[in-house]
Write a protein that binds this ligand. Sequence first.
Ligand code: HEM
Length: 190
Amino acid sequence: MADEIETESASFLSTFASELFGSPLNLCLLAICLFLLYKIFAGRRNATQFEPRPPALAKLKKQDFTLEQLREYDGKAKDGRILMSVNGKVFDVTRGKRFYGPGGPYGVFAGRDASRGLATFSLNEQTIQDEYDDLSDLNSTQMESVREWEEQFMEKYDYVGKLLRPGESPTDYSDNEEDSSKDGEKSKDD
Ligand code: HEM
C-alpha cells in the first residue's frame, strides 16, 4: 500500500515537472510568480527592518475623481499618497505602498484604474487603458473577479469616492460627511 502511494506521488511529480519544464509559457509564468513573490517578500523585509514608519497621512475627504485626477496619486508626489480604482470605486491604498509604491510588484496600478488588469490577471502596462474603460467587453468570470477584488479593497482600504465617467459631474459630498462612517467608509485600522 505504502509502495503504491509512493509510486503514485513519484509519477504525479514527474508529470508535473515535465508539464512545467516542457512548456516555455509555463516556465515564463513560473518565473513571473517567483519574481512577484521575491518583490513582495523583499518589500516586506525592507518595510519592517530598515525604513522608519512614515506618519500616516490624513484621511482624504470624500470626493470623486476623473482618470486624469487619479493619475496624480501614483505615490511619486512628496506625500507619497497612492490611489487606485477598482470597478468604478477609488481607494486610498497608501497603506499598501509595498505593493503599489514605485518599484513595488503592483506599482503599475498606482494612480490608475486597475479593474481590467485585475480581471485578466495582467500586470502589463498596456492592459490599463488611457481612456475611460467601461469594461463592457469583459466576460462574466472576469467581471466576477473584479467584484471580488472590489470587496477585498473595501475591507482593506479607505474608499474615497467614485471614478467619474467622461462628462460625469462629481458628487457633492459636503452634506453627508458625517454619514460616511455608516456606509463602510470609516478609516481602516493599520
Ligand atoms: C503569478 C504569480 C503571483 C504570485 C506568486 C502572487 C503572490 C501574491 C501574494 C503572496 C500576495 C499577498 C501578499 C501579502 O498580503 O503580503 C499577493 C497579493 C496581491 N496580488 Fe499577487 N501574485 C501573483 C500574481 C498577481 C497578478 C498577475 C496580479 C494582478 C493582476 C496580482 C495582484 C495582486 C494584488 C492586487 C494583491 C493584493 C495586494 C494588497 O493587499 O493590496 N498578483 N500576490
